[in-house]
Design a protein around this ligand. Structure first.
Ligand code: SF4
Length: 561
């Protein structure tokens, strides 16, 4: 019996898009252009955009109603306020109400004269200085956010505090010490070989830094020598609490692109796509600029550094969806579809972007590759722990006394990161819980932080490494409100492709909002979501909620450890 995979089912929209020249991201881009000009809902304008590509109305209405950037009304002044976890923790969630009050608008609406619109988003990557907002493309951040948006105070856009804790940074050498990029690729492409890159990365034990932790060399191996392979850079860092990829894309985009070039070389890929989330406009501009310069300097193009290596790289802007950071959903969004997760198998390395074998690597993963190839895989493997090698960027949220991005050895004690690097909490506040690894990670009580920062050790404590964002909570955030916040995130960001998560996340929000104590209803919901959801998003929400209950213990009304 032959298993029925996605590509074996007939998909009328995909077949039609194929015949119409695969508009893909051009469709989403065209929708975004029209959206900027109107405060009307997508039903009024998306069908005409679809018609321009020779597609039925539904082919454009699907993505236009799915992506937050396209669905919400836009005024001439569009304000995006972050309501993700670190900004929530900064003022116990009060900032959104303050901003709504100051602008005289509920989130998700536009003023009657079409002048101002307000959108709540998750997340803008200013977790170290929140709460934060983008006023058009200008950043406002900090405790006086509402006053900044009301233009009673000048906007504050603090840079990311950055530090190295390793003594020999793999990732921050460019950002901190000005180590020049492009020291490896010209030599490798002219006198090296794809096997050499692959061998060094295999020896390094490098794992994907986007959350799943899959061995990078195994992914590359799966496509090596298969023609038509595409490499996709996942710059859709949606995990609230993490801004590591934003830092790398803004401060050292060339190192990410050099890692990408080496990845394409090892995989035999002639084409790459870099997706950068729309919530990171500065990173998007920096990546576009760096790609243009890389072409001008001969690192990319039809004959890289005079060789027969061909490498074409394009940069695409995301449209606002947390789940689109999952690799199959990312591919769907690049095809111009709703950014929903797809069943696996087939895996992207077998059938990915428009059915081509596709490797998806995140920004931080690729930024480590030049160091590995230059210094050798074994040198990288000596870093970190035996089973989980190398270094990792950890991001500390605004509640810490010294928030910022730190490069640490994998396996560094979480307690040390919180107390020594982060300096505990600011203003003498009491630490009540730390969320580790984003919404699909978990919460740890202050007494449970003596754990090495590895995937395995964190999993044993009911948390996850994820992107290694650490969001601290103090006594100002009521445990019941934190619980509600988690379910609100789940309900808002569930892609809706499978019922256990689509219905379950809304039911969880209802139960949390009603203050329903633990019991059979919660248990049934948790079991269905954890066992039957299609992707990690739905499966990981129940354990994250359980970890929250453990971290807060008796302080979460009716919930025991
Ligand atoms: Fe989408 Fe949630 Fe199902 Fe994942 S688990 S496919 S996010 S509905």
């Amino acid at each position: 019996m032959v298993p029925v995979g996605r590509a074996d089912r007939f998909d009328a929209f995909r077949a039609l898009a194929d015949r119409r020249g695969r508009p893909g991201d051009r469709l989403v881009e065209a929708l975004d252009e029209v959206r900027k000009e109107t405060a009307n809902s997508p039903e009024a304008w998306a069908p005409a955009v679809a018609g321009g590509f020779g597609l039925p109305a539904a082919a454009a209405l699907g993505p236009a109603r799915y992506y937050a950037d396209l669905d919400v009304p836009h005024g001439r002044r569009h304000v995006r306020v972050c309501e993700a976890t670190a900004c929530f923790a900064a003022q116990a969630g009060r900032h959104l109400t303050d901003v709504e009050h100051q602008l005289g608008l509920p989130a998700g609406t536009v003023s009657p004269d079409g002048e101002t619109s307000l959108q709540a988003v998750r997340c803008l990557g200013y977790c170290y200085a929140g709460p934060a907002a983008l006023d058009r493309e200008s950043v406002c951040a900090g405790p006086t956010l509402a006053d900044q948006l009301a233009r009673r105070e000048p906007p504050r856009a603090p840079e990311i505090p950055v530090a190295d804790d390793t003594g020999d940074p793999v990732l921050l050498g460019g950002a901190l010490a000005g180590e020049p990029p492009w020291q490896v690729w010209p030599r490798m492409v002219t006198v090296g070989s794809p096997d050499e890159v692959q061998l060094q990365v295999a020896a390094s034990g490098l794992r994907g830094r986007g959350g799943a932790g899959f061995r990078v060399a195994a992914k590359w191996e799966a496509v090596a020598g298969v023609s038509g392979t595409v490499v996709v850079v996942n710059g859709d860092e949606g995990d609230p609490g993490s801004y590591a990829d934003r830092l790398l894309m803004e401060a050292d985009p060339e190192r990410v692109l050099e890692g990408l070039a080496l990845a394409c070389f090892a995989c035999g890929a002639r084409r790459a796509v870099v997706l950068v989330r729309s919530e990171y406009p500065r990173a998007l501009a920096r990546m576009r600029e760096a790609v243009g310069q890389a072409y001008a300097d001969g690192h990319f193009g039809p004959s890289v550094h005079g060789t027969d290596t061909v490498l074409d790289v394009e940069v695409v802007e995301g449209a606002g969806s947390y789940v689109a950071g999952e690799e199959t959903a990312l591919i769907a969004s690049l095809e111009g579809d709703r950014g929903c997760a797809r069943p696996r198998p087939p895996y992207p390395t077998e059938r990915g972007l428009w059915d081509a074998p596709t490797v998806v690597n995140n920004v931080e993963t690729l930024a480590a590759v030049p160091w590995i190839v230059s210094r050798g895989g074994e040198a990288y493997a000596r870093r970190g722990t035996l089973n989980e090698t190398g270094t990792k960027l950890v991001c500390l949220s605004e509640r810490f006394a010294r928030p910022g991005a730190y490069e640490v050895e994998v396996g560094t004690s979480l307690l040390r990161i919180v107390t020594e690097l982060g300096g505990g909490l600011k203003d003498g506040c009491e630490l009540t819980a730390v969320q580790v690894g984003g919404p699909l990670g978990g919460f740890l009580a202050p007494g449970a932080l003596d754990v090495p920062l590895t995937t395995a050790d964190l999993a044993a404590r009911g948390a996850a490494l994820g992107h290694a964002g650490l969001v601290a909570f103090d006594q100002s955030a009521a445990p019941q409100e934190v619980l509600r916040h988690i379910w609100q995130f789940a309900a808002a960001e569930s892609c809706g492709a499978c019922s256990p998560c689509r219905v379950g996340s809304r039911r969880g929000l209802d139960l949390a909002s009603a203050g329903t104590p633990p019991g059979p209803e919660w248990e049934r919901l948790a079991r269905v979501m954890a066992e039957a959801s299609l992707c990690a998003f739905g499966r990981r929400i129940p354990p994250a909620v359980r970890s929250l209950a453990r971290a807060y213990g008796g302080r979460l009304a009716g919930w025991g450890p």
